[in-house]
Write a protein that binds this ligand. Structure first.
Ligand SMILES: Cc1cc2nc3c(=O)[nH]c(=O)nc-3n(C[C@H](O)[C@H](O)[C@H](O)COP(=O)(O)OP(=O)(O)OC[C@H]3O[C@@H](n4cnc5c(N)ncnc54)[C@H](O)[C@@H]3O)c2cc1C
Length: 383
């Protein structure tokens, strides 16, 4: 099979590797517009059971990536100056460049050809000629998807909050979400260590806060200084670092139809899941597994593409619903910050609807007990 993949992110690279592992006779090429040794962003986090989702299908990949990850068992919600540590929330993180480098090497060791600095911008591009399958794995702003939005039934909604993906040289002890009230509104930092000396430091604010703070008129340096001042107590002198960092609004993307002819969507090109639930990379890699299996289990491309969507949609939708609930929670942070710290942390924990009170109890008895103490009416008169 001649497979051409546009986009060398986690989705495209992993799919390429799986197909080549399945059958070395497949002719698999990945076109990546960026260079080999540079990428945007800092570290990415995997929630819950980290890479367990890989294990059943790809023990080798699990073993390759797991030792490279920073892991910790707890989460800390910081409500202004009050930290609320919450146990029972496992997370693991890895630098995006580290992850991609391992995926490049793994795919190439299996015989995948990766063309860097190679941007493919049209379906009639010579690089795609004669392909049996064209995989659009070119990220959240995929031109293939946008130019064929009618065929894919694409819906894109730009959410109102603003965020900027920074890093810092301070290595934080736990995955933390720090919410600080300022005269302009609440600033939230999503921060976690992804290597022994580096952390992701993603800053998110509502659009109203962004406007009031005057970010539209600030240059890169001024923006960094402003964020450093807001989070001075958390950074304790460590600098905020930029890597092609700029303010963005999250594009919530969905598609009704995942393929047409021999073209199929995968990863962020297929759908985007808000970064606050730490699942975008996992979903991208799970898409790759799902398409590889659909091709393996069927006799023709149309059947495989149909099976890919049919099997993958239900589990994906569950995570997407949680991600969308999480987006809405962050959009309300200016109002939610008025809750006392324990209630605020509890609200955070239960925001997606996937964690109920019993689950909070299971994860952190102390938080559950503190919340029960403040809300005796919910537990009846015997409490
Ligand atoms: C601020 C932020 C924080 C995030 N944090 C996390 C996190 O903590 N955990 C997590 O799991 N996920 C996180 N994500 C999401 C995660 O980065 C994506 O879900 C994941 O990278 C999707 O993988 P992908 O392969 O589909 O797309 P991408 O990683 O976007 O890769 C697409 C690739 O296609 C290339 N490309 C684009 N157009 C072309 C073209 N025309 N020709 C050739 N190449 C092209 C791009 O250069 C890119 O390398 C975050 C995202 C953002 C924006």
């Amino acid at each position: 099979m001649k497979i051409r993949i546009i986009g060398g992110g986690p989705a495209g690279l992993y799919f390429a590797a799986l197909m080549k592992r399945e059958d070395p006779a497949h002719d698999v090429m990945v076109f990546e517009r960026g260079p080999r040794d540079a990428t945007w962003g800092f570290g990415v986090v995997f929630s819950d059971r980290a890479l367990e989702f890989l294990r059943a299908d790809d023990e080798a990949m699990y073993q390759l990536l797991t030792p490279l990850m920073e892991t910790w068992p707890n989460l800390t919600i910081v409500h202004n100056d009050t930290p609320v540590p919450i146990t029972g929330n496992g997370f693991a993180a890895i630098g995006r460049l580290e992850l991609l480098s391992r995926l490049y090497a793994h795919a190439e060791s299996l015989g995948v050809k990766i063309e860097f600095d190679s941007e493919v911008t049209a379906l009639d591009h010579p690089a795609l000629s004669g392909a049996d399958l064209v995989v659009a794995a070119n990220g959240a702003f995929s031109w293939i998807r946008n130019e064929n939005a009618d065929k894919f039934g694409t819906e894109t909604e730009l959410r109102s909050n603003r965020f900027i993906w920074y890093g810092t040289s301070k290595a934080f002890d736990s995955l933390s979400l720090t919410f600080r009230e300022t005269g302009h509104g609440v600033f939230c930092a999503h921060h976690y260590r992804y290597s022994p000396g580096m952390s992701t430091f993603l800053v998110e604010v509502t659009d109203a806060t962004w406007q009031r703070a005057g970010f539209a008129d600030m240059n890169e340096e001024e923006t960094i200084r402003h964020c450093e001042q807001v989070f001075a107590r958390d950074l304790v002198g460590a600098p905020i670092l930029s890597n092609k960092s700029f303010w963005r609004q999250f594009p919530a993307v969905t598609n009704r139809q995942w393929s047409f002819d021999n073209v199929v969507l995968m990863g962020d090109a297929l759908r985007t899941a808000h970064f606050s639930i730490g699942s975008g990379t996992r979903l991208a890699m799970e898409d790759a597994i799902a398409l590889w299996k659909a091709l393996r289990d069927t006799g023709s491309l149309p059947e495989a593409l149909a099976l890919y969507q049919q099997r993958r949609l239900p589990p994906m939708q569950k995570i997407l619903d949680a991600a969308n609930a999480s987006i809405r929670w962050y959009e309300r942070m200016d109002e939610l910050i008025r809750l006392p710290p324990v209630d605020f942390a509890y609200s955070y924990m239960t925001r997606t609807g996937r964690v109920d009170h019993d689950e909070v109890r299971r994860r952190d008895l102390k938080l559950a007990a503190a919340w029960e103490h403040d809300h005796p009416e919910i537990f009846g008169s015997s409490y």
